[in-house]
Design a protein around this ligand. Structure first.
Ligand SMILES: Nc1ncnc2c1ncn2[C@@H]1O[C@H](COP(=O)(O)OP(=O)(O)OP(=O)(O)O)[C@@H](O)[C@H]1O
Ligand code: SF4
Ligand SMILES: [Mg+2]
Length: 382
């Protein structure tokens, strides 16, 4: 039985009513997405800045469940500039993966739906709004323009096919005219590019014959197969031990400069962000609470949540009895408060915090924060 708003339980009748209301919204959205031969003009858009590879603009992605509408992404706005790495951080459940899955149109359907906002993807000569694109059309962009490196390599690889065949399948899907020989050549080249020495041998191996680090390299090779403009790396090193993690991060950094792609790097690990990212986006409960250059966020964190995250990070050489942990828990995404989502955990509240959710305040051209502590004082840092 599902929990209701007041921490009680939903009756079967209430649950049925929610399901009925959800079905109506979902059916309308699905019908729109499944249309065939939609004219390009419906999803053609213009980038606000041509230097950006992707622009998320007021994105709302919801899951319509029988317990209520889960507002996983609730008005997210940030950019991924061309050739740069943007690190997305925030605690578990804050909407990092749902934001990236929205860009790939890989949300769990039909429950998961983009209900509002734009995701502008720069294709060079034109730009598409992914939020309005039909499913059919996005398949052409996946792999070629955007691709994703998943957290757990074993779920991305098929255990019953050899590595070579799996990479060639990706190539074939996107390059219909490529000959068998060229495909093999390109596959070997990709394996070498991600630092696999015995590429001819690995070509013939099954995933279980490789170590975790090697498998993750193969998954990266797969994501890079068609030289995508945007790579989403969702916790790409969480399943790996520290030495292999360092190698994979080095590899990604090297590859980024080689093919000049943009990377959206999702992680819990602030250390990895400091090493990898040019820009940082801090998410909390489905919203962006702070964003800026890596230097701005690390040297001058402004939002109390970011300050808490920084304080909970271990520092080499610094003796502490106990690491700081942010008290309390994230609000229920089905029933978000109508004031600042962080207020119930915040130890820096000011009088205005009882008001509506705070708007975004610019501390510099690149550094933005949503917090009342800075209202009326746009230039003030911490
Ligand atoms: N298929 C789904 N159905 C219902 N709710 C979902 C679904 N997928 C995600 N959610 C909810 O959306 C919210 C955001 O989830 P998301 O996976 O984006 O979090 P995350 O920031 O990536 O967390 P983590 O760091 O643990 O990977 C969570 O509250 C989650 O429960
Ligand atoms: S708006 Fe207020 S409650 Fe919210 S993070 Fe800022 S100081 Fe804390
Ligand atoms: Mg995730």
């Amino acid at each position: 039985m599902a929990k209701n708003k007041s921490e009680g339980y939903l009756s079967a009748k209430e649950s049925r009513q929610i399901a009925k209301a959800n079905r109506k919204v979902i059916n309308d959205l699905e019908k729109k997405r499944k249309r065939k031969k939609v004219p390009e003009s419906e999803y053609l858009t213009t980038m606000h800045d041509d230097k950006n590879a992707v622009e998320f603009d007021n994105l709302h992605t919801y899951f319509f469940t029988d317990a209520g509408v889960v507002k996983s992404v609730d008005g997210v706005t940030f950019e991924v500039p061309v050739g740069k790495t943007v690190g997305v951080v925030g605690e578990s459940g804050c909407g990092k993966s749902v934001t990236s899955l929205s860009l790939m149109q890989l949300l769990q359907r039909p429950q998961g739906q983009i209900v509002e906002g734009e995701i502008r993807l720069n294709l060079g000569d034109k730009a598409y709004d992914i939020a309005k694109m039909p499913y059919e059309k996005l398949q052409d962009l996946r792999g070629n323009f955007v691709s994703m490196i998943f957290q757990e390599p074993m779920t991305a690889l098929n255990p019953v096919f050899r590595i070579g065949a799996q990479l060639e399948e990706v190539l074939e899907l996107h390059n219909k005219d490529m000959s068998k020989d060229d495909m093999k050549k390109r596959t070997i080249e990709l394996l070498e590019m991600v630092g696999i020495a015995n590429s001819e041998g690995v070509y013939k191996m099954f995933p279980h014959e490789l170590s975790g680090g090697m498998r993750q390299r193969v998954v990266i090779a797969m994501a890079l197969a068609c030289n995508p403009k945007v790579i989403i790396a969702d916790e790409p090193t969480t399943a790996l031990d520290v030495t292999i993690q360092a190698q994979v991060l080095d590899l990604l950094r090297g590859l980024k400069s080689k093919i000049n792609s943009s990377i959206m790097f999702i992680t819990h690990d602030l250390g990895v962000i400091a090493e990898m990212a040019d820009y940082v986006v801090v998410m909390y409960a489905g919203r962006v609470v702070e964003k800026g250059t890596t230097e701005e966020i690390f040297e001058n964190p402004a939002h109390p949540y970011t300050i808490g995250l920084m304080a909970s990070k271990p520092v080499v050489g610094k003796q502490v009895d106990e690491l700081y942990s942010i008290p309390g828990k994230v609000p229920n995404p089905i029933d978000m408060p109508n004031y600042c989502y962080f207020k119930d955990r915040c130890n820096m509240c000011v009088g205005q915090c009882d008001g509506a959710y705070p708007g975004e305040i610019s501390l510099s051209d690149t550094h933005k924060v949503s917090c009342y502590r800075y209202s009326g004082n746009e230039k003030k840092g911490v």
